[in-house]
Design a protein around this ligand. Structure first.
Ligand SMILES: [Mg+2]
Length: 284
């Protein structure tokens, strides 16, 4: 490679979607020990469809990723990168096959499901040694040097052909950092959807039903029975005591944020086209 590499970098939270409900599902999975009985990839295939229908992903993310995949096939983009300040090292958990269950890992699989092919070349997360799990590090500036080092690209080629999608301006690396042009920072609107307790219950129930199906004939005599009983019990609690508490913020969020459809991804396709494919623009 002798020219500036053509790279698209995507942040996760509030950029490609609002994953609050996914954080809560992960917590539920861990607290009930259900993760020991699941095979994570098939569940994610189902979740991807549900998240798309319920606008957990920013509307338009699917055609956006599919267009990126096309540009990559046409050799107009070199790399597609996830760069998130989410952590993968804090209390990691694993499915029954030993696959890691962390939000960035799972989102990478779901992006591939949306694109209908494997499109993510690199996933960068919050460094394990940054000394903070308190949320302080969430606003930290991202570094192009990390991206270039991980992709083994010489830094002297520069980041002038890099597009960096992030909702936070403070995440954007310094403009003098290896030649990145400030025009390459695409600050997307902060995307948030109201937490939907009904959807959360649906995810928990669906997970339990998949585990029960997989364990049929054996689970009654195993530890799974005890854990599933706990998972079911927790779901029941969600439906009764906590349900009203969850519903109230949901109603408030709808009032504050309004219709999330108005913050779609489709307009950003044009930005990508202009940068990497300046011959023709497509309608989405
Ligand atoms: Mg973000």
């Amino acid at each position: 490679m002798s020219q500036a590499p053509r790279i698209v970098i995507l942040d996760n939270d509030q950029t490609t979607g609002d994953y609050t409900i996914f954080f809560k599902w992960l917590y539920w999975l861990e607290s009930t020990q259900v993760q020991k009985y699941i095979d994570i990839v098939p569940i994610l295939t189902v979740f991807t469809k549900i998240f798309e229908e319920n606008q957990i992903f920013r509307p338009g993310l699917k055609p956006f990723l599919q267009r990126l995949a096309e540009l990559k096939r046409e050799k107009k983009i070199d790399y597609i990168v996830i760069y998130t300040n989410q952590s993968e090292t804090h209390n990691p958990i694993y499915d029954k096959n030993g696959a890691p269950i962390t939000i960035p890992f799972l989102l990478q699989i779901m992006y591939n499901c949306l694109a209908e092919e494997s499109i993510i070349d690199l996933r960068l997360t919050r460094p394990a040694d940054d000394g903070s799990h308190s949320g302080k590090a969430r606003g930290q500036t991202k570094s192009f040097s990390r991206v270039f080092d991980a992709l083994r690209i010489p830094t002297h080629l520069g980041a002038s052909k890099t597009l960096f999608f992030d909702d936070l301006i403070e995440h954007c690396p310094e403009t003098d950092d290896i030649g990145f042009s400030e025009h390459g920072h695409v600050r997307v609107a902060d995307y948030r959807v109201p937490f939907d307790p009904y959807l959360f219950l649906r995810l928990c129930r669906l997970t339990i039903s998949i585990v029960e199906k997989n364990c049929r004939g054996t689970y009654k005599r195993s530890a799974a029975a005890r854990d599933l009983h706990l998972a079911r019990a927790l779901t029941e609690i969600m439906e009764t005591q906590l349900f009203e508490q969850l519903c109230e913020p949901y109603r408030k969020c709808v009032q504050i944020f309004g219709d999330p459809k108005s913050h779609g991804f489709s307009k950003y396709i044009e930005r990508v086209e202009k940068t990497f494919n300046d011959i023709e623009l497509i309608e989405v």
